[in-house]
Design a protein around this ligand. Structure first.
Ligand SMILES: Cc1cc2nc3c(=O)[nH]c(=O)nc-3n(C[C@H](O)[C@H](O)[C@H](O)COP(=O)(O)O)c2cc1C
Length: 434
């Protein structure tokens, strides 16, 4: 008997694509058409959603300068994902589209209005990835000398989400009456000010957009630290995570589900998706060779260190590549650092970079059939709820999209492990379908 179905999403920045791949030289991605084609391929493959990453600065963490990031075209440059979410939402009919929007970058009112607009444009398929922007350089772009400490960032974010929810609710579901007899578009008695006076934010409201199709967009979040997990479990419809291996995935999911219960929520109303970067080949030998060739090169190792540097605010260029990494903590992404560091494993920094550079929670290397079997077995062990596909160094290529959507997904569908069609119209309903 087939195991339970699970969900698929794909995580990508609106960034450089396969610019250094000789087979992918035809285009620059900045007009969004590459990502629009990608979204349509994901919809044909019945993904639940495409999730757009974002950050708000060009990192200077690796080697103390922007050089490595710009040379590799890594995490920079990137375009703003919100207009791309609109383009995708307007050009697809079933695929969910989530965009990262930072509490650092927007006042709550502006964010609620933008999210509501995107939910309208996508007819109820928009999701907001709630982030607090854990990079010091981003804080400096928004007039701060330093980021608030993580604890306070999440305290601010709790209040932020509380206010944003009130703004979404400021229009009653039936506020738009369109009554020709009385010449009334919206009934003012059903649109309410929020009069919010918090510790960090004040806002009068109401929102000046009509209530959006989902009432509020689906909320996504990726808390890694205990405080971050509590935040995610309190607010999110979908939690996205990177974990260390199958045991780490299971422990993470069990943990956020416990936090959800403590917050008075039904944990089955939250879907946990784990980052995975399958390395596929026509044969196992071909997949293994690609894994070694593409992800063991000095250029990949440097890219992986620079990438994890930007996520964790730690300059890994200061450490010897062939020595074990000392235990580290950060005010940046602790979850990413813990996954990267594999504390106590005795692995050298070079090994860690090779293994973690793909950002995969588990190593998945093989043919579509063998990887589909592994993914199913992993989900059976973890308990749910799906995978969030990512490309190594977050650099997506047409070839890789084709391998996943035309090779791996059909193998998963043949096994009855992922959806073969959509039955719901909104992103939240699609996520909650199973
Ligand atoms: C799958 C995944 C996606 C994330 N996407 C973003 C993003 O687009 N932008 C961002 O600033 N942070 C992003 N983060 C970072 C999280 O918001 C969070 O800061 C991180 O998981 C560390 O958790 P902590 O703040 O509890 O330490 C992502 C993390 C994960 C695991």
């Amino acid at each position: 008997m087939a195991g339970k179905r699970f969900h698929l999403g794909w995580f990508t920045p609106f960034g450089t694509t396969g610019w250094n791949n000789p087979l992918e030289q035809t285009e620059e991605p900045w007009d969004g058409r590459f990502y629009l084609d990608m979204a349509q391929a994901l919809e044909r493959a019945c993904f639940d959603l495409i999730m757009l990453e974002d950050s708000l600065s060009i990192s200077e963490v690796h080697g103390g300068s922007m050089e490595a990031y710009l040379r590799h075209g890594l995490m920079a440059p990137k375009n703003d994902p919100a207009p791309l979410a609109a383009l995708i939402g307007a050009s697809t009919t079933r695929l969910g589209v989530a965009s990262t929007l930072s509490t650092l970058a927007y006042q709550p009112f502006a964010l609620a209005r933008l999210c509501s607009t995107l939910d309208h444009i996508s007819h109820g398929r928009f999701g907001w990835n709630i982030v607090t922007s854990p990079a010091e350089a981003s804080a400096r772009n928004f007039g701060l000398d330093h980021l608030p400490p993580r604890q306070e960032r999440y305290d601010i974010a709790d209040e932020y989400v509380d206010l944003v929810k009130k703004l979404f609710e400021s229009w009653e579901p039936d506020a738009v009456v369109r009554d020709l007899a009385t010449n009334t578009y919206a009934d003012a008695k059903r649109v309410h000010k929020v009069h919010y006076e918090g510790k960090y934010f004040r806002c009068e409201g109401p929102l000046n957009t009509v209530r959006c199709p989902q009432g509020r967009p689906a909320f996504l979040q990726a808390g890694g630290s205990p405080r971050g997990r509590r935040f995610a479990a309190t607010h999110a419809d979908c939690i996205v995570a990177v974990a260390d291996g199958v045991a780490g995935m299971k422990a993470y999911r069990d943990d956020v589900r416990r936090y959800a219960v403590a917050a008075g929520r039904d944990p089955d109303q939250i879907k946990v998706l784990f980052l995975a970067a399958p390395i596929l080949g026509n044969t196992m030998a071909e997949a293994l060779e690609r894994d070694e060739r593409d992800y063991g090169s000095p250029s990949f190792i440097e890219g992986a260190l620079a990438l994890y540097g930007s996520l964790t605010d730690i300059d890994f260029s200061q450490f010897d590549l062939d020595v074990e990494l000392p235990y580290l903590t950060t005010n940046g992404e602790q979850g990413a650092l813990d996954k990267f560091g594999q504390w106590g494993s005795g692995k050298t920094l070079r090994q860690l970079a090779k293994e973690s550079g793909t950002s995969s929670s588990v190593r998945l290397v093989g043919t579509p059939d063998s990887v589909a079997d592994e993914m199913g077995a992993i989900m059976d062990e973890v308990g749910g709820d799906g995978f969030l596909i990512i490309t190594p160094l977050m650099r997506v290529t047409r070839r890789y999209i084709g391998e996943v959507t035309e090779g791996l997904v059909p193998a998963l569908q043949r096994r009855g492990r992922v959806r073969t069609g959509y039955t719901k119209s909104t992103l939240r309903e699609t996520l909650l379908e199973f």
